[in-house]
Design a protein around this ligand. Structure first.
Ligand code: SAH
Length: 257
């Protein structure tokens, strides 16, 4: 499922002063895997570059479309909302978001105009002046003793969260129909599960599973097991098909079918 073009176009990933061209290529790949494509490079140390192209591994289109600008102000001038990604929680006067909230916020605003996520240099991150241009900060809550991700890995985490936010829109929004936040199928309803349990109890009786014991204890355990499985509508239909076949065979064997 591809992210709609207007959303992909509006969410800008800005890399500031990138030192290793390989990271630019890997960032392009990270974006493309998540259905995103807008890369803006602020004064990269080396670009275009063969190493960037190699690491893009099939996302050369994202690299080729990347804009190169001289400073961060130029990269975000037309943006309604700008988030700065920081490897350390800093004492800047900025609200700090976790990536999940950042993805939701960016997605909510995209479609009405450009928004940006800004990533710093490999060695030194973003300067305080650059962070001042941001409306809020995003920190990936990593190991506090070792919290600095590789630049392209940080891009991947944020791009993934944007995608998850989009998938969560479900049938009503532009997200994929019939799927929930995790991209899974429509979960079975309470009524569908109860009909399945009724058919299960009936089938167990017909195949003589209870052998004279009370059905309650077996059904309690089976209910717990199936409820834990978080079944989708489609999975319930499949299970009911299996039960229907078992019932048909049991009835044939009993000469009642
Ligand atoms: N040594 C630098 C880290 C740079 S890592 C520093 O201490 O600031 C390069 C960029 O990747 C960072 O500027 C940031 O934009 C992003 N990044 C790395 N780890 C991150 C994390 N845990 N949370 C958010 N962004 C992170």
């Amino acid at each position: 499922m591809e992210t709609p073009a207007n959303i992909a176009q509006d969410i800008r990933f800005v890399l500031v002063g990138t030192q290793h061209p390989g990271n630019i290529g890997a960032a392009a790949r990270a974006l493309k895997t998540m259905g995103l494509s807008r890369l803006v490079l602020v004064a990269p140390e080396e670009f275009p570059s063969e190493e960037a192209r190699r690491r893009a591994a099939g996302a050369e289109d994202v690299l080729a479309a990347a804009a190169v600008v001289p400073d961060l102000a130029a990269a975000v001038a037309d943006c309604r909302f700008v988030l700065g990604c920081t490897a350390r929680s800093r004492r800047v006067q900025l609200e700090e978001l976790v990536p999940r909230a950042a993805g939701e916020k960016l997605l909510a605003l995209a479609g009405d105009g450009p928004v940006a996520l800004v990533f710093g240099r490999e060695r030194t991150g973003l300067t305080n002046e650059e962070l001042q241009l941001c409306h809020a900060a995003v920190h990936i809550p990593a190991n506090p003793e070792y919290s600095s991700l590789n630049l392209a890995a940080a891009v991947q985490v944020l791009a993934y969260e944007v995608r998850m936010a989009w998938l969560a829109r479900g049938p009503a929004g532009d997200g994929p129909a019939g799927r929930d936040a995790a991209g899974r199928e429509q979960p079975a309803s309470h009524a569908q599960l109860e009909s399945f349990f009724a058919q299960l109890a009936e089938t167990l009786d017909e195949i003589d599973f209870y052998k004279g014991r009370s059905p309650d204890s077996a059904m309690r355990k089976l209910r717990r097991l199936f409820l834990r499985a978080d079944l989708s509508e489609r999975e319930v239909r499949l299970l009911r098909g299996v039960l229907a076949d078992a019932q048909r065979m049991a009835r044939q064997a009993a000469g009642t079918g």
